[in-house]
Design a protein around this ligand. Structure first.
Ligand code: PSU
Ligand code: MN
Length: 337
C-alpha cells in the first residue's frame, strides 16, 4: 500500500516505515507493527495476545505452536493479531514471527510485569509480558481487546505473603476488554473477585452468570452481569465510562474441564510443594502450572490450550463487533480521522 495512513496518535515527527514508533507518556518508545497500526487506523479488528503465557505458562515446544495458532485464529475471524513482548529493550506490540519464536524458545526469558518494563528496557533485555504489562502496552496504542488464559489475582497465602498480582491494579486503570477463563484456580478466587470490585474492574460472564474457574468450568462464584454474544460484550466495552478494564469470563465447557477431584488433589499437593520448596513471588504461578502439568499427566496443559484458543476466538469476534466498519486500504476513501 502506498498511501500513508498516519494514525492520529502517531506523533508527527515519526516516519512511517516498516514499524511504527509510538511514544508512551514516559517517552519510552513502543514499537507497533505496521500491520497493526494500519488495522487500527482503518478501524479493522485487532486482538492483543500476551507472551508470559507462551514463555512461562506452557511447555516447549507446544508453546510456540500455540502462539502461532492463536495468531491464526485471530486472522481466521478477520482480525489482526498483536502479540506483545519486549525485544532487546524495546516494548513491541505485534511481534514478528522470528521474535515470537525467540520468546517461545529461549530458556531464560524474564517475566515482565508493568514495573519490570523500565529496567528491562534500560538493560536492552528481551522479555515476556504478563496480563498487566500486555494490557498496558496494548491499551497505549489503542487496542481495545485482549485474550489470555486465566488472570493473575490474590494468592491463597496472601494474608501472610501479601502476594497479589499486578494484573488486578493494572486492570483497575487500563481501559481494555480482557477475555479469559476467569482467574487461575490456583488463586483465592473469592478474594480476587472482591479486589476486582474495589478496583472498579467490570466483570461479566460470557453466556453464564457463574464466574469461570480456569481449569474448571465454574469457580464456585457468581457474577452480577452476563452477555450472550460478542456484540453484547462489545457494547459493554463501548459503554465503559471510566478508565478500567472489562473482564469477560469465558468458561471451559464442562466436558473439557479438568476432573475437579484431580484438580483439588493436585492443587493441595502443589501448594504444599510451594511451601516446602520456598517458592516465592512471581515464580509461584509458573511453578504451580508446571506442577499441574506433571501431576495430571499433561491433562492440565490440554485444558489450558483449549481455553486460550476459545478465548482468542471470542476476543476476535468481540474486536470485530467493536470495529467501526471495515474500511479497506485499497479503497479510494481517505483514512478515518
Ligand atoms: N494465563 C494462562 N497462563 C499463564 C498466565 C495467564 O493460562 O501463565 C500468566 C499471565 O501472564 C498472568 C500471569 O499475568 O500468569 C500471572 O502471574 P502472577 O500471578 O505472578 O502475577
Ligand atoms: Mn505475585
Amino acid at each position: 500500500m502506498n498511501r500513508v495512513t498516519r494514525p492520529a496518535w502517531v506523533p508527527e515527527h515519526v516516519t512511517l516505515a516498516g514499524n511504527i514508533d509510538v511514544m508512551s507518556p514516559t517517552n519510552t518508545r513502543i514499537r507497533l507493527a505496521r500491520e497493526v497500526a494500519e488495522a487500527l487506523a482503518w478501524g479493522q479488528p485487532v486482538v492483543a495476545l500476551e507472551s508470559t503465557l507462551i514463555a512461562h505458562g506452557l511447555p516447549q515446544p507446544d508453546n510456540l505452536v500455540l502462539a502461532r495458532e492463536l495468531e491464526a485464529i485471530v486472522r481466521s475471524e478477520g482480525g489482526v493479531p498483536a502479540t506483545v513482548g519486549m525485544i532487546a529493550g524495546e516494548p513491541v506490540v505485534g511481534l514478528t514471527n522470528a521474535e515470537l519464536e525467540r520468546i517461545a524458545t529461549s530458556s531464560d526469558i524474564p517475566k515482565l510485569s508493568v514495573r519490570d518494563l523500565s529496567p528491562a528496557a534500560a538493560r536492552g533485555s528481551d522479555g515476556a509480558t504478563t496480563v498487566a504489562s500486555t494490557a498496558l502496552l496494548a491499551s497505549r496504542v489503542g487496542i481495545r481487546v485482549f485474550a489470555t488464559g486465566g488472570l493473575g489475582g490474590v494468592h491463597r497465602e496472601a494474608r501472610d505473603t501479601w502476594d497479589e498480582s499486578a494484573d488486578l491494579t493494572t486492570l483497575g486503570r487500563t481501559p481494555i476488554g480482557v477475555v479469559c477463563a476467569g482467574v487461575k484456580s490456583i488463586l483465592d478466587v473469592g478474594a480476587t473477585l472482591e479486589r476486582l470490585e474495589t478496583l472498579n474492574v467490570t466483570v461479566i460472564g460470557y453466556r453464564t452468570n457463574r464466574f469461570s474457574g480456569f481449569y474448571l468450568n465454574d469457580s464456585g462464584f457468581a457474577v452480577d452481569w452476563s452477555v450472550d454474544s460478542p456484540k453484547a460484550a462489545a457494547e459493554v466495552i463501548n459503554a465503559q465510562i471510566h478508565d478500567g478494564g472489562v473482564v469477560i469470563g469465558n468458561p471451559v465447557p464442562v466436558e473439557e474441564q479438568l476432573d475437579p477431584e484431580l484438580h483439588w488433589r493436585v492443587l493441595n499437593e502443589g501448594l504444599n510443594a510451594v511451601r516446602e520448596q520456598g517458592i516465592r513471588g512471581k515464580a509461584i504461578t509458573p511453578f504451580l502450572l508446571d506442577y499441574f502439568r506433571v501431576h495430571t499427566g499433561g491433562a492440565s496443559v490440554q485444558v489450558n490450550v483449549n481455553l486460550v484458543r476459545s478465548n482468542t476466538r471470542l476476543a476476535a469476534q468481540i474486536a470485530a463487533a467493536l470495529s467501526p466498519g471495515v474500511v479497506t486500504p485499497s479503497s479510494t476513501a481517505t483514512p478515518p480521522a
